[in-house]
Design a protein around this ligand. Structure first.
Ligand SMILES: C[S@@+](CC[C@H](N)C(=O)[O-])C[C@H]1O[C@@H](n2cnc3c(N)ncnc32)[C@H](O)[C@@H]1O
Length: 183
């Protein structure tokens, strides 16, 4: 990755950079993409067709590229409350955090499950079973009780369950825009 110095040729080169770590389907940063931002997605699973197939523990991104926004969804099995006595492996969360620091992300969100609160403290926002830690104010719409989700296809069940809902991604995008306006 090059630096975000705006020296590129086209307008897209000059638009702010957005990075998504553990991107899976990429649903979390879809609103930025639709609004024309440059989005770099990183996942170790090639089948998701991320921008970069890589391990977040060994980030191939240069330090100090200063993304305007970074979203990370480290795998949540570690923090599942199914087994509260298990000591979670916090390695990938730490890797996400190291990425935020080394890249110098201006604004960031780490998304996870309720069980992570025991280790990472009070989240900035919550929407249904999705908990968000962030360094800016996030306003989420009131979450009506979610219908019990059914994932009939065993091949895609895990992917669908982990996918960030469009409504939540849009709420974070709008909050981020609001935050930029007042800065
Ligand atoms: C909770 S899912 C993310 C779901 C995503 N937010 C979405 O909306 O589809 C976690 C993702 O992390 C990826 N992953 C797990 N360990 C990884 C690692 N060490 N480096 C990069 N990606 C990893 C998995 O392939 C999976 O796509």
């Amino acid at each position: 990755m090059g630096t975000d110095d705006g020296a590129g040729a086209g307008p897209l080169e000059r638009s702010p950079l957005v990075v998504e770590l553990f991107s899976g389907t990429g649903a979390a940063t879809r609103p930025w993409e639709e609004a024309g931002y440059r989005v770099v997605r990183l996942d170790r699973e090639r089948s998701f067709a991320p921008t970069l197939v890589a391990d977040v523990a060994h980030l191939p991104l240069r330090p100090a590229i200063r993304p305007a926004f970074l979203w990370a969804s480290p795998p949540c099995q570690n923090y599942s409350t199914a087994n509260p006595r298990r000591r979670p492996d916090r390695g990938l969360w730490t890797s996400a955090w190291e990425g935020i620091i080394s890249m110098g992300a201006e604004r960031w969100v780490i998304e996870n499950v309720r069980g992570a609160c025991r280790f990472w403290g009070i989240p900035a926002a919550r929407w249904g079973p999705w908990f968000l830690w962030a360094n800016f104010r996030i306003r989420v719409p009131t979450c009506a009780p979610l219908p019990k989700m059914r994932f009939d296809n065993p091949r895609t069940r895990a992917v669908e369950r982990a996918r960030i809902p469009d409504e939540l991604a849009r709420a974070v995008f709008m909050s981020w825009l609001d935050d930029r306006r007042v800065r």
